[in-house]
Write a protein that binds this ligand. Sequence first.
Ligand code: PEP
Ligand code: MG
Length: 754
Amino acid sequence: MESATRSARNILTGLHEVMASKNHAQGKLNHVVNIIGEALSSEVCSIYLLRDGALELFATRGLNQAAVHITRLGLGEGLVGTIAENVETLNLDEAAAHPNFRYVPETGEERFHSFAGVPIVRSERAVGVLAVQHVEPRKYEEVEIEALQTVAMVLSELIANADLIDEPSAHGSNETGTVSLSGLPLVKGAAAGVAIFHQPNVRIEHTVAEDTEAERQRVYSAFDKMRAQIDRMASQIDFGTGGEHEEVIATYKMFAYDEGWSRRINEAIDSGLTAEAAIERVQQRTRMRMRQIDDPLLADRMHDLEDLSNRLLRIVSGQMSTAAQLGLKKDSILIARNLGPAELLEYDKRRLRGVVLEEGSLTAHVVIVARAMGIPVLGRVRGIRHKVRDGDMLLLNADEKSVIVRPSLAAEEIFQHDLIDRQKKKARYAAMRDEASVTKDGVPVTLMINAGLRDDMSALATTGAEGVGLFRTEFQFLISATLPQRERQQRFYRDVMDAAGEKPVIFRTLDIGGDKALPYLKDETSEEENPALGWRALRLSLDHAGLMKAQARALIEASAGRTLNVMFPMVSEPWEFDAAKAIFDGQIEFLGKRKKVLPNKIRYGAMLEVPALAETLDILLPKIDFLSIGTNDLTQFLFAADRADPRLAERYDWLSPAILRFIRRVVKATEGHDVDVAVCGEMGGRTLEALALIGVGIHRLSITPAAVGPIKAMVLSTNHAEVRAKLEELLNSPTENLREALTAWAASRGIETG
Ligand code: PEP
Ligand code: MG
């Protein structure tokens, strides 16, 4: 690192003089390639700049001078075009071996083997490329690449001031027509509003420092201010009440006080950069690293760091305003590359209608917060910031995975009608909240909700659901940067039960592994070829008995004086249930000896999601109080189809004889046992599927809160005896398309299937 700082510093000292000189821009660039070439002992150093949509060779040391302003490469063309298009660094010992290599005869570059190039970035887009080449085939060292990246940053200032490039507009497009963009629904719902950019880009005016010590002091004082802001947030009542906000702020705090981060910024200042440039340089480097690491959870935490980095940049540059601080004037849809949860919370909830992100993932903190705020979010909308202008009208429909930019008046009208219909439906479902969920012939169908966060608990009251049929305790572990300690878990479970009041909550013990990897257990779970079939859920918990004991004790202590409902995920054999229960028994004995108040009662349950368990139900059923069928995993195991693979998402239908017969068989096996049987997978939250489940004998569903209204409407319009008979008929001699047959039948019987 020392020498990286030194190489960069030497170059920057040279550049400083060049930039201050009275030379015209071309003269400065010629000078720059010589300084860099010499400092890195590189035979070739070239600068390509984006002009009229192509990368033009502007200056070179080592290549034929005759090629300057002649050689032009399109974005994506050759190595230089690849670097610019992907905004990525290339470091190759043999340039010609790269699949995108393109030989440019007029440059005379055939003698040179090794090649390294970095993008020159402005407003997060490449406006040029800085490249070095060597005769000898050799990889450039990390320190040399670092120095090139630092120099590229300074160059971006020099060339922008000289007006040499196609300047990317701060935000977006010159387009005027309607565009429809698609993305990944992160929080469902629909909204219309004007586009508001979360953050005007901080323009970095100067990159090379006049006085390094003064820059260091500026960064120190910005860090102090930022830490004070975070500490203030932590003490606000909104945040101080535990739950997920506490986790978010804890992660922020961890980064804000992270020595490594401030040290890296300091090192960048040592290399001769201004405070702003140093912060941006470190952020750029983190972004590049993140692109290479394919770990969504880590990426989410890195977004928190990016959020803080932006905050620091705004403080140090004095360009403080976000759209939140300027205030929303109309119904707005927020556009951002990514957003920190705290940043989202700064918005006026009455005017903020939706969020569209260029990045984003289901487990990101900001998504969890948006869900709790009831704001639809569409993520992974590529290029949104370049296709939308501030103030453009947007129609966001996260359910349909789309956002329409600058819609026609007709499209807007249709959309407004759709919004009114949604409102009406919501109002109708809300009015049914206190109605009992019984079929027309008087058979009760218990509706419970699936939850995982404390904020989800408010849905019990708004939906009128009878309890929480599945509380996914792993969510708490997933949003935390570190393993939640036992006391924290206990406080959390108690809060959840308090929020549920008299209604029961079924806590499922940790279901991690598979697609739910924890950063702090990553080494142990990341090597699996088939993680869904791997060391996950109860298997992992039984092997990590410490983890499970801590959770058992937290749950038992949190339920002192009340009933604890606990269930185990992925039970494959009855003995696994015994082993899990033994851990709870051990904790009860331990706490009993210490005269702790114990739960009045513990009800035990198992999830049936591994088909093998269906063959041993006669052994399991006498041991348990309830069984919950997890159709998400069950389907993937029955059909041998990965639930996370988008290509298989629609291949097998939940309304298939295989699944429905399987569930019917399980229900039959439970007859005569005092065991509640429920379905808690996503299947139960869809009206037609829920109708079929009732038809095979299911009377309890645990579903996503938004589905409670539509499912209750279906139950109220169904005759139980009739649907039982219909399913018997359909399953005994199945038609090719069971879905079609059931849809037609439901319509003929006036059943509301939404
Ligand atoms: C299931 O598998 O159906 C289930 C409810 O659990 P999860 O989706 O958390 O795996
Ligand atoms: Mg499951």
